[in-house]
Design a protein around this ligand. Structure first.
Ligand code: UDP
Length: 326
C-alpha cells in the first residue's frame, strides 16, 4: 500500500514508518521537524520505498505536495501537558485544525484507511480501571482536550462521510527515540537523564501511582493491524495489558529517589481495558515492562544531551500546572 505517515520524524511516527517499510509498503513521511528529528528516519531513508515531505499539517498548502495514498496514519500533533496549559493556541492549531485538514485531504483522495492517534488522557481521572472505551471522557487539560476533539472529528467524518477510520487511544508510550529535549515531559526521559548524571530520580507523590506503560513497537503493530482491518468508526484502547508503579520503574532502573509533591489532576492509575482491540484486530502486546525498561537502558546514551531536571527546575516548570489544575 501507499502510506502517508504524518509526524513521521517523531517518536511514534518513525517506529511506524520502519514497520510499514518492513511490511513491504511505500511510505510518504511528512513532518515539519518542529519536534521530530531527521535522525529518527536514518534507517528508513535507506529504503527505496521511502519518500520525504517537509510540511506542516496545519498549513493548507502542505496538502498540495502530497500524492494520493491508500492508507493515512495521522500521528502528527503537539504533545506534552505543561506547554498546552501555557499555549493552548498552538495545540488547537495543530491538533484540532490540523486534524480537520488531514480529514478533508483523506476525504478528497478517497482514502482506504485513516488511523488517528488519540490519547488515554481523554479519560481524565478514570474511576474504573482497567478503563474500557465507553468510559466517559473528561479531559483535564488542553492537550487532552485537543486530542479528544480530533478524535471526535474523526468519528464524525466516519459517520457522515463514511471515511473508513479508526481511532487508537494510546496509553503512556515509551521506547527508544522518545524525545530528549524541550519541555518537561514523560517520566522515562526525565529518569534516564537523571540516571546518566548520577542524580536521584524525582518521584512524584509516594511513587505508588501506576501507569500503563506501552512499548512503542507494540504501538506500531497496533497501527498496522488497524490499517489491515476493515472495521470502521470505532475507538480502540492500546495498552500493555498491565500497569506499573513509578517505584517499580525506579527499582528496574536502579538509583536513589527524592520525592516531589503529588500533582493535581493526575490519575493514581492508568490501565487500559484492551479486550476490544484484542478481539477486533487480533492484536496483542508483546514487550513486557521488564524487557522494555532493559531496552531503554541499553540506549541510555541517547539521553546524554537531554535536559537534567531536579526538584527546583521541576517546581518552576510545573507552576502553571498547580495553578490551573487544582
Ligand atoms: N513522574 C514522576 N517523576 C517525574 C515525572 C513523572 O514520578 O519527574 C510520574 C508522574 O507523576 C506519573 C508518571 O510518572 O505518575 C507518568 O508521568 P508522565 O508525565 O510520563 O505521563 P502521564 O502523567 O501523562 O501519565
Amino acid at each position: 500500500m501507499k502510506c502517508l505517515v504524518t509526524g513521521a520524524a517523531g517518536f511514534i511516527g518513525s517506529h511506524l514508518t520502519d514497520l510499514l517499510l518492513r511490511d513491504g509498503h511505500e511510505v510518504i513521511a511528512l513532518d515539519d521537524l518542529s519536534t521530530g528529528r531527521e535522525a529518527n528516519l536514518a534507517q528508513a531513508r535507506k529504503n527505496k520505498a521511502f519518500y520525504w515531505i517537509q510540511a506542516d499539517i496545519s498549513d493548507l498548502s502542505a496538502y498540495q505536495k502530497i500524492p494520493v495514498v491508500d492508507w493515512m496514519f495521522h500521528v502528527a500533533g503537539r504533545a506534552d501537558l505543561v506547554p498546552s496549559i501555557e499555549k493552548p493556541d498552538e495545540y488547537f492549531k495543530v491538533n484540532v485544525s490540523g486534524t480537520y485538514l488531514a480529514l478533508e485531504y483523506a476525504r478528497r483522495v478517497g482514502i482506504k484507511r485513516f488511523i488517528y492517534t488519540a490519547s488515554s488522557t481523554c479519560y481524565g481521572i478514570a474511576e474504573m480501571v482497567p478503563t474500557p472505551e465507553n468510559y466517559p471522557c473528561v479531559p483535564r487539560h488542553p492537550y487532552g482536550l485537543t486530542k479528544y476533539m480530533g478524535e471526535q472529528m474523526v468519528m464524525h467524518w466516519a459517520q457522515v462521510y463514511k471515511l473508513p477510520a479508526l481511532s487508537l487511544r494510546l496509553f503512556n508510550v515509551y521506547g527508544p527515540r522518545s524525545r530528549t529535549t524541550g519541555a518537561y515531559g514523560a517520566v522515562f526521559g526525565v529518569f534516564l537523564k537523571q540516571k546518566l548524571a548520577g542524580k536521584p530520580f524525582t518521584v512524584v507523590g509516594d511513587g505508588r501511582q501506576t501507569r500503563d506503560f506501552t512499548y512503542v513497537t507494540d504501538i506500531a503493530e497496533a497501527f498496522l493491524a488497524a490499517a489491515k482491518s476493515d472495521i470502521s468508526a470505532e475507538v480502540l484502547n492500546v495498552g500493555s495489558g498491565g500497569t506499573y508503579s513509578i517505584n517499580r520503574l525506579v527499582e528496574l532502573l536502579g538509583g536513589e529517589k527524592v520525592f516531589l509533591p503529588k500533582r493535581p489532576g493526575e490519575p493514581d492509575s492508568t490501565f487500559a481495558d484492551i479486550s476490544k482491540i484484542r478481539a477486533a484486530l487480533k492484536w496483542v502486546p508483546k514487550v513486557s515492562f521488564d524487557q522494555g525498561v532493559a531496552n531503554m537502558l541499553s540506549v541510555i546514551e541517547d539521553w546524554q544531551e537531554a535536559p537534567l531536571w531536579d526538584e527546583a527546575s521541576i517546581s518552576e516548570a510545573t507552576k502553571n500546572w498547580f495553578k490551573y489544575l487544582k
